[in-house]
Structure formats: C-alpha cells, structure tokens
Write a protein that binds this ligand. Structure first.
Ligand code: FES
Length: 272
C-alpha cells in the first residue's frame, strides 16, 4: 500500500552562470513508480520554477535527461527513486561544461561525433544519390555492428570515462563506438575517410580500457568492446594482415511481375 506521508530529500547542484555554484535541498512526497525525472518535475511545479534540467521523451529514447545521480551517470527518466539510497544527490554530467543547474553542454561531444563521419560512405556516389535498389547484407554481417547502432547520444559514457576526464585530446567512447559501428558495416567503405579523424592520434590508442563507458550505457551498448575492436582492426590493417571483405553489392533489380491475363467479366445474370 502506498504511504502518502513518505518523503524523500533531493539535494541538487545549482548554478546560474554568474552566481557561484551551491547545493539546494528539496523535500518531495514519494509515490510508487516515481522516477528521478518525476521528482524534478514535481519540484519545478510545486517548489521552484527556476530549476533547470533537460528532458524530452521520458522513456529512455531521446538521451537528453542524463545526470550524475548519487555519483553515477544515469538517465533521470529511467531511474526509480525507490532504488536509490536517500538523499537523492543530483549533479550535471561530469566532463562537460555546465550551462545552468543540471544542464550540461553536449556540443563538444556532437562535434567529436561528426569526426567519426557517422554515415555510410561508398564510392558508388551515383547509386547513393539515386538508389536503384537496396544494398545486400546478411544477418550475420549485420550482427557485427548492430548493438552499436542503439547509441542514443546521451553522453553517459563520456561522463563516466576517466580518460575523457584527463585527456583533452581523446575523442572519447561515444564517437569511437560510432566510428566502429560504420567500420564494421559491410555496406561501408569509408576507412580512408575516417583514418585521420577517428582513427588518428586522438583515437582508440588513447583509451586506457577502464570499461566504465560500457557499465553505464542505458542501451547496453559496449563502447569499450568497440574501441578494442578498433585497435585490433587498425593493427591488422597496418601489418597488412586484415582480410578486407568486398563491399556489399546493390541487390539485383526485382523482375517486374508478369501481368495477369485479362479475365473476362462474369456474364450478367438476371434473376428469373
Ligand atoms: S527524457 Fe528522453 S531519455 Fe530520458
């Protein structure tokens, strides 16, 4: 049975640019199934309309509500208050500049992500721009990259990474996992195009393999695996030991269906 008297304390990092950061406490009534995002919404509606955070979908898809919740990067909309040890301590994601209160500036991550050229690159430009059919890919070939395509760009992996915290040149787990997602795609032939951006001196060799990125990913993507696979791939290519599979071909055009023979209309009948 729900206890209407049960309350929980939220201790929240406040920052408004010009003012020095401070902590602010709020007490909210706890309801069954309440998430941290629900708690923030309650505070905004009942206690303090000046509190700022970011959210949109409320269902772990848009990736905008990442916070440091009791010391761990998590999505506010997927974290149940009841599962946390009170008080609930909220800070903006580390390793990003803070815009205001709980809102981090993710622009640098998106910029790094662009470095990975996260799209299919092929030499058959005409086919890419005026497709005549789809590219052939087996289910086994799709397995090579599929889990990495679940990335929602929430930045939790970047916030958890100790190398991102200390090495400003490191691209980080999010862009590198996405670089591997396309490198491992049998339809892509963009290795040369990404060589100097994603695989260069800011790339996977700077990873210390702490593995924190994979522990915090809310979509169970394994960026640490992608980065180690990238290292292996680059190593084999450098030694010319990598067998490069031919790029996926365009599927043959489907035969136009044979037109049905004309069927004569049923004879008109009159009711006797
Ligand atoms: S609000 Fe979209 S992931 Fe949480």
């Amino acid at each position: 049975m729900q206890n209407s008297e049960q309350k929980v304390r939220f201790k929240i990092f406040r920052y408004a640019g010009d003012v020095r950061p401070r902590w602010q406490n709020y007490e909210i009534p706890l309801a069954r199934g309440m998430t941290v995002l629900d708690g923030l919404t309650y505070i905004k509606e009942h206690d303090d309309s000046s509190l700022a955070w970011r959210s949109s979908c409320r269902m772990g898809i848009c990736g905008s509500c990442g916070l440091l919740i009791n010391g761990r990067p998590q999505l506010a909309c997927q974290t149940q208050i009841i599962e946390l040890k009170p008080p609930v301590i909220l800070k903006p994601l580390p390793n990003f500049p803070v815009i205001r209160d709980l809102v981090p500036d993710l622009m640098e991550m998106f910029h790094q992500h662009r470095h990975a050229k996260p799209w299919i690159i092929r030499d058959d430009h005409h086919e890419m721009e005026h497709p005549t059919s789809e590219y052939l890919q087996s289910a086994a070939a799709m397995e090579n990259y599929f889990q990495f395509s679940y990335c929602i760009k929430c930045g939790l992996c970047m916030a958890a990474c100790p190398t991102v915290a200390t090495d400003t040149r490191y691209l980080g787990p999010q862009p590198l996992a996405q670089a591997f997602r396309y490198l491992a795609d049998s339809r892509d032939e963009g290795f040369a195009g990404r060589k100097n951006s994603a695989f260069g001196s800011s790339g996977p060799w700077r990873c210390h393999f702490a593995g924190e990125c994979s522990k915090v990913c809310p979509k169970h993507v394994d960026p640490a695996l992608a980065i180690q696979a990238l290292k292996r791939d680059l190593f084999l290519r450098t030694l010319r030991l990598k067998k490069i599979a031919p790029v996926a071909m365009v599927a043959p055009k489907l035969q136009a269906a044979t037109p049905r023979p004309d069927i004569p209309p049923a004879p008109e009948r009159t009711v006797p």
